[in-house]
Ligand binder design. Structure first.
Ligand SMILES: Cc1cc2nc3c(=O)[nH]c(=O)nc-3n(C[C@H](O)[C@H](O)[C@H](O)COP(=O)(O)O)c2cc1C
Length: 347
């Protein structure tokens, strides 16, 4: 039997088990759209503040929008108050998410000191009350899930208790990133906690942590018995990981992605971001992300030095075109570009 399998989350059936994890600052809808093109079966927005949403929804609204091709997406909310989280859930329902996800793993002090994110794991009963309140607001058609860590720190590993409390309160899926809040994003994730949850919970468990290749995904599915895998840092600059993992799990491996394919994906990402955010903002936001697309390719360090200064689409095209001098078609045609890059104008 293939490891690529549908996943049932309450009333929702997802066609497969390859998810894009929420990654703040990276998984905006332009990138999610590329991941869906490459076969992601479920995508997550980055964490969205329930407080900000309830106070004044307008500025947060762009973060909630789905991409045109994004049939199934989860909106992730964070907050420490039951009432506010429930109100926020009611607001986001207008976007018809497939799932509302509760962030119980964010380690950032700005978030935890308000009682939100990973701080919810310090009080499983409060976490459960928030799950119940969000579930009530979401209604019977929109399942609710929770994303947790292994615990607050090495002395307080309580992911099983938090997961069980969440499921009893109505969570239809639990995602686990098995590092503690104290670990942040350092060190290796301990997949044994995923194995434990997958064996004990009656709902699907999605595993997160150290997924960089199709082989990693295969190993996590095989070793832990989790229902789904969530790519996070492994997908940044590499949306192809979805098509490659699916092919790998189905026993028909694809040839490795070439540097040129990755650059073409980067330009497509930039194009979509320009449509959403305008050229100036998109180009600034894309600096770090564009570097991720060229990572490991020829002359990546030199390229990075130029890319982190780019502030217009034409500049990105110029930098790449100059770098790949002998590969004239490295830069794809760009319909968005008002003043197409003129190769004769190269310094
Ligand atoms: C920069 C960054 C931002 C993240 N933002 C979120 C977030 O908004 N919500 C969330 O639940 N997890 C967030 N995560 C955690 C990831 O979803 C994932 O669980 C974690 O990175 C472990 O997977 P990895 O080791 O494969 O990267 C973030 C991680 C990183 C590195």
């Amino acid at each position: 039997m293939s490891l690529y399998q549908p996943v049932r989350v309450g009333p929702l059936t997802l066609s497969g088990n390859l998810f894009l994890a929420p990654v703040a600052g990276y998984t905006e809808r332009a990138f999610r759209s590329l991941c869906v093109e490459q076969g992601a079966d479920l995508t997550f927005t980055e964490l969205i503040s329930s407080e900000a949403l309830v106070r004044n929804p307008a500025p947060t609204e762009p973060l909630l929008r789905r991409a045109q091709n994004e049939r199934r997406y989860a909106i992730q909310l964070f907050g420490g108050s039951e009432e506010t989280m429930a109100q926020a859930a009611s607001i986001v329902l207008a976007h018809k998410p497939a799932l509302i996800d509760i962030n119980a793993g964010c380690p950032v002090p700005k978030v935890t000191k308000t009682g939100a994110g990973a701080a919810l794991m310090k009080d499983p009963a409060r976490l459960a009350r928030i799950v119940a309140a969000v579930k009530k607001a979401a209604g019977p058609d929109t399942p609710v899930s929770v994303k947790i860590r292994s615990g607050w720190d090495a002395q307080t590993i309580n992911c099983l208790e938090c997961a069980q409390a969440s499921v009893e309160a109505g969570a239809a899926m639990v995602s686990l990133h098995p590092r503690t809040r104290a670990q942040g994003y350092e060190g290796r994730s301990d997949w044994r906690h995923i194995t434990n949850l997958a064996a004990r919970l009656k709902v699907p468990v999605a595993g997160s942590g150290d997924l960089y290749t199709p082989e990693d995904a295969q190993r996590m599915l095989e070793e832990t018995g989790c229902a789904a895998v969530m790519f996070a840092r492994g997908a940044i600059g590499n949306p192809h990981i979805f098509s490659h993992t699916r092919a790998h799990l189905l026993g028909r491996a694809l040839p490795p992605t070439t540097p040129r394919q990755r650059i073409q994906a980067a330009f497509r990402h930039l194009e979509l971001l320009v449509q959403d955010a305008g050229e100036t903002k998109a180009c600034l936001e894309m600096r770090k992300t564009f570097c991720a697309y060229v990572k490991g390719g020829p002359g990546a360090a030199t390229l990075r030095n130029s890319l982190v200064r780019a502030s217009a689409v034409a500049e990105y095209r110029h930098i790449i075109s100059r770098h790949f001098d002998d590969e004239e078609d490295a830069v794809p045609p760009n319909p968005l570009l008002k003043t197409p890059f003129d190769k004769t104008a190269r310094p």
